[in-house]
Each structure stands twice: as C-alpha cells, then as structure tokens.
Design a protein around this ligand. Structure first.
Ligand SMILES: O=P(O)(O)OC[C@H]1O[C@H](OP(=O)(O)OP(=O)(O)O)[C@H](O)[C@@H]1O
Ligand SMILES: NC(=O)CC[C@H](N)C(=O)O
Ligand SMILES: [Mg+2]
Length: 507
C-alpha cells in the first residue's frame, strides 16, 4: 500500500523538504523504496532508490531537488519486482514531461502493456503496473494534440484512463508545463485527500494518501477526492476538480481502516481511530455474547496497530489493559516486508514480552488482523514462554481468506492461514487456546458508522467479493503463480529482479 504526495507552493519555498517530511509521515504505507521528483522552469529533478525515506535522501540529493512543485512516493511492491528501477515516481519525456506515483494495483496491466506496445507504440522497461498507468495517461494526454495543455485536457485524458484501466489506483502526477495532478479510481479503492495552506503569497495546495500528512505540514483538509474524481493544481496555484468516471461507486478498501492507515488519519470523512475503537467494542460484544463465562484476566494489544481496538475491547469487557509486548521502535512494519523469512525474523526482533505481565494469567492477545499468521503464531508462543496460563487470541478483522488484488501483496490463498481452515483449525495452527474473529457485518458497521456517504466497502480479502466485479478465477490463478513467496524468491535468486536501465539520478 504505497504512499503518494504532491505539493504546489506559490511562494518561493522549495518543496523538497516538505515532500520529504510528508513521505516520512506516510512511511507506514511503504518501506521498500522512496522517491521525489520536483520541477523548476520546466525541468525535472529526481531522486529515488530502495530504502526508507531517511536513507534514500542525503543532503546532496535534497540540494538537487529544485522547484516549488513536486511529487513523492513510498513503495510497497505489489507488482513487478523490488528492484530500485521500479522505485517511483516514474518518468516519461513525452508528451510535455510527466512524472507519476501510484498507490494501488492494476488488474489488467498485462493487457494494457500489450496495447501500449502494439497500438500506442510506447516502450515499457519494467514489469511495474505503475509504469503502465503512467504510459496510458501519457498516451491519452498526447491524444489531446495540444502544444500547451490546460486542466481540461488533463481531465479528458483521465476520462480515457478510467475507460482503459482496471483495478485500484490513486495516482499523483507532475506535468512540467502545468502543475500537479491527482486522480482516484472509480471505486475509490485507494485513498487520496486534498489540502490547503494560506501563505503571504497565496494558497499552497497538497494532495496525499492520508490526511495525517496534511496535518504534519500545516495544511488543512479540503476534501477526499471522490471515486473517479481528478484534481489539477497549476504551478501558479489555481485548483480545478472534475469527476472523470462514468459510473463512480464509493467502495473504499476496508483494510485501510483495519491496518494500513494511521489512526490519526481521516479517510473518506471517517476517523480511522474511531473506526478502530468501534471494532474493539464490537469484538468485546461478540465475546460477551458467545463466551459469557470467559476467564480472561487481562487484555493485551500486539503493537502497534491493534492498540486502539484492544484498548476499547478491554474497557468494554471491564478487564485490565496491559502492554505485555514492547515494540522496538526502530523496526518497521513486518507485514509489508518482502519475503516470509524476513517477516518471521522481524517479529522476534520487534516484539519482546514483559514476563511479569504474563505469569500465571489467562491473557487475551488482540491483533488488528491475522493474515499469514506470522505474527500471531510467534506471539502466542512468546506469551506461553513468558508464563501465561491460557493464551486466547482475538482479531479485530474477520478471517483473511482470499487474495487481495488492488494493492496489498497477498496474492496466494495458500499463504493465508485462514484460507480453507475453520476458526478452530486456525487456533490450532497459531497455538491459541481459543480464537475469536470479528464478524464481517460488525467490521462494516464499525467503519461505516463514521460516515453518511459511504456504506459500501471493498471487503474482498474477507468475503471473496471484489468491488470491481471483474476479477476472474484465471486472473487470481495467474496472480498466485506470478507473486507467491516462492516465485518471488526464485526470481530474486536468479537475479531477474534487477532492471539495468532506469531514470535515476546519481548516487
Ligand atoms: O498474520 P500476519 O501475516 O503476521 O499479518 C498481520 C500482522 O501484521 C501487521 O503488523 P505489522 O508488524 O506489519 O505492523 P504494526 O506494527 O503496525 O502492527 C498487523 O498489524 C498484524 O499484526
Ligand atoms: N502498494 C502499492 O500501492 C504498489 C503500487 C504498484 N503496484 C507497485 O508495485 O509499485
Ligand atoms: Mg501488527
């Protein structure tokens, strides 16, 4: 789940540092690679590479990122490889000079790549679906056949992009002669917000994946982009919006609320924090309903993401909330790390139990979700080793049983611990004495209670129902073959992940 940002500043302030700061705030959405492209006097300046934001950008790189408008990206790969050549933003020189960063995953990338080659006569140098998205946009903008473009031309191009592209996408772009643009797929699967900041020179504008990035930079939220909607912010600070999809349907990804987004973000006008509190409440109600004679002594979160729901769950159960596991603050999120070996190793390094909180107690461990079972399996064992009498486990999300196709890298049902297993079987695999999952209806209620406008979500990884309605068994099978852990590891070992030519500034 990548993070995107774009800023246009109307004063003389360079935007390099602010984009860097915004990317640092959005780091939880992608830890593999980061990039910034800025523009000054029609010329682009770029730095991107694998690594965390703090490691990719050195002072010398920052000095070279000139300009008062620019875009940035943090990457968590869901297509192509982890090669630095696929770090974003991507760049094409024609037409006008365009750079683009994308959060999401295109489900017809292969067909589009063929079309780009055969019909549009454009070259792709990687297997990244984001490079496909940029080239489709570039081709459609070219079709406007203008020497100087304006916002209307961009909206026309995006209208055609929506017709050709399938899947989840929130994209931010930089067009050298124009400004910053952003657009969101017709289902609103991936989030995107717009904000503003008043200055002595006029209004600065910013687009970002999450509102928390606006807060951190002193911008205030104007609105979420609606599904299918696009925004153009010109270099001189004019802003234009337009609905570019024919049949937009609000169906944001519910997993953003469960895990991906920061709790202090507002997404589609819903407080992520409050939605997680409600998840905790509903889960507590289920425990009280179905296990009224429970013998839970203490409730513990598995840091970080489950803290909010675990706290509310404990309150509702009337049981003490204790921090039994301490998280090493220097280790990132394990779920979005590449490769199962690294993920497994990281859980141990990241979380350490405080034994005295466990000794002789029946503990209820709460996590936001159980996906591969990497975290839960190890944590249950650690709780036992720390002296717990009984170890119960609760998940604030329902069982994750189906592959996700719109921008989370869980392509293979066989890698999902709940796929093809009953709740009791999953409890056995992770070693818990009892396992309680949130019901899907309760999860939907917990999130939708925060909004009048949104009452439908993409719940595909829980329900197998895909919001776009066009996901075939053949596509799911090919995604599995292409991206399961073994396939990725084999490609990496064979050195097939590296692409030699890419638009990279010097080190
Ligand atoms: O069943 P799994 O495959 O282990 O995936 C689920 C776990 O991964 C995530 O934690 P992560 O460490 O990524 O991030 P967090 O620190 O924000 O909780 C999530 O919060 C669960 O703890
Ligand atoms: N997580 C994402 O949003 C990934 C974006 C894009 N599909 C990539 O792999 O780079
Ligand atoms: Mg976690």
């Amino acid at each position: 789940m990548c993070g995107i940002v774009g800023i246009v500043s109307v004063g003389e302030n360079l935007v390099n540092q602010e984009i860097y700061d915004a990317l640092t705030i959005l780091q939880h959405r992608g830890q593999d690679a980061a990039g910034i492209v800025t523009c000054e006097n029609g010329r682009f300046y770029q730095r991107k590479d694998n690594g965390l934001v703090k490691d990719v950008f050195r002072t010398r790189h920052m000095r070279d990122l000139h300009g008062t408008m620019g875009i940035g990206h943090v990457r968590y790969p869901t297509a192509g490889s982890s090669s630095s050549a696929e770090a974003q933003p991507f760049y094409v020189n024609s037409p006008y000079g365009i750079a683009m960063g994308h959060n999401g995953n295109l489900t017809n990338a292969e067909t589009l790549a063929q079309e780009l080659y055969r019909q549009d006569l454009r070259h792709l140098n990687t297997n990244s679906d984001s490079e496909v998205l940029l080239n489709i946009f570039a081709h459609e903008l070219m079709q406007q056949k203008k020497l100087m473009i304006n916002h209307e031309d961009v909206f026309n191009a995006i209208r055609h992009v929506h017709k050709r592209v399938r899947g989840g996408y929130a994209a931010v772009g930089l067009i050298s002669s124009l400004g910053v643009i952003a657009f969101r797929d017709p289902f609103g699967l991936r989030p995107a917000v717009v904000g503003k900041r008043e200055t002595a020179f006029g209004t600065d504008y910013m687009v970002a994946s999450e509102s928390v990035a606006l807060d951190g930079l002193g911008f205030s939220l104007i609105k979420d982009l609606a599904p299918g909607e696009a925004v153009v912010i010109t270099e001189s600070g004019e802003i234009f919006y337009q609905q570019c999809a024919e049949n937009p349907q609000y169906s944001p990804c519910i997993f953003e609320f469960v895990y991906f987004a920061r709790p202090d973000s507002m997404i589609d006008d819903i407080s992520v924090y409050k939605s997680r509190l409600r998840m905790g409440e509903k889960l507590a109600d289920k425990i009280l309903r179905e296990w009224s004679d429970h013998d839970i002594d203490v409730v513990m979160p598995i840091p970080d993401t489950s803290r909010t729901s675990a706290l509310e769950l404990a309150t509702r159960l009337g049981k003490p909330y204790r921090e039994g596991f301490i998280k090493n603050r220097y280790i990132g999120r394990t779920f979005i790390m590449p490769g199962q070996q690294l993920r497994k190793k990281s859980v141990r390094q990241k979380l350490n139990p405080i034994d005295l909180e466990f000794e002789g107690k029946n503990v209820l461990l709460v996590d936001d979700s159980i996906v591969r079972g990497t975290t839960s399996g190890q944590i249950v064992q650690m709780a036992r080793e720390a002296g717990a009498r009984k170890v119960y486990f609760a998940s604030a999300a329902p069982p994750v049983k189906y592959p996700y196709v719109y921008g989370i890298d869980m392509p293979s049902p066989t890698e999902l611990v709940a796929s093809g297993r009953t709740v009791e079987e999953v409890a056995e695999v992770i070693g818990a004495d009892r396992l309680i999952y949130q019901d899907l209806d309760d999860l939907i209620d917990a999130v939708s209670a925060g909004s009048e406008a949104v009452n439908q979500f993409d719940t595909s990884c829980f329900s197998g129902v895909y919001a776009t309605g066009d996901i075939t068994p053949e596509y799911l099978a090919s995604l599995d073959t292409e991206r399961n852990d073994d396939a990725q590891a084999t490609r990496q070992a064979a050195g097939q992940e590296t692409v030699g030519i890419h638009n990279q500034s010097g080190n």
